[in-house]
Design a protein around this ligand. Structure first.
Ligand code: ATP
Ligand code: PH2
Length: 161
């Protein structure tokens, strides 16, 4: 079994329900269990401003799936939940990012590991640190950048699930 972290985001429709549905779908993937889920955070849109705030969280899973089959499964969940791809960094019902998978590295367009934009995003770093306080991504100790990201980007804890 491999340990992995998945970033979850939504800013369309019933956001909290979208996150709960995504968690149910992740839990039902073959050979996969959810260990823990961080709090839900309301977060300022990153990368494309003209859209509603997001609800974000991160979950820790253990899985028997390979990184490639896990990513494929996450993309299928996005499609099943009605994700339509249009604007880059634009609004979406659900966005599932494979953030980290057991220290594996990949450098392909289809799958980059660790996820290449983790250290730029308060909405990933803060929930990830709840689950993994010592997290280090590509040589960056995440707790050393958390406060700066928190001050630069709008983010507030909404609730624990
Ligand atoms: N670690 C990863 N997690 C999720 N998708 C990835 C990863 N590495 C590469 N990808 C690829 O990125 C493609 C586009 O993903 P998506 O449309 O969700 O991007 P985005 O959410 O707009 O941007 P971002 O990836 O910065 O969150 C996916 O089809 C997937 O193959
Ligand atoms: N706050 C926030 N901003 C985003 C998010 C997200 O999940 N949260 N996802 C995006 C997709 O690339 C683009 N911008």
């Amino acid at each position: 079994m491999a340990l992995a972290y998945i970033g979850i985001g939504t800013n369309l429709g019933k956001k909290e329900e979208n996150i709960k549905t995504a968690l149910k779908e992740i839990k039902s993937l073959p050979g996969t269990r959810i260990n823990k889920v961080a709090a839900l955070y309301e977060t300022e849109p990153w990368g494309y401003a003209e859209q509603d705030w997001f609800l974000n969280t991160v979950c820790e899973i253990e899985t028997a799936l390979t990184p490639e089959s896990l990513l494929e499964a996450l993309l299928q969940i996005e499609n099943k939940m009605g994700r339509v791809r249009s604007i880059r960094y634009g609004p979406r019902v659900i966005d599932l990012d494979l953030l980290w998978y057991e220290g594996e590295k990949r450098q392909e367009e289809k799958l980059t590991l660790p996820h290449p934009r983790i250290t730029e995003r308060a909405f990933v770093v803060l929930p990830l640190l709840e689950l993994w306080p010592e997290a280090e991504i590509n040589g960056v100790v995440l707790k050393s950048i958390a406060e700066k990201l928190r001050q630069e980007q709008g983010i507030k804890k909404f609730k624990n699930l």
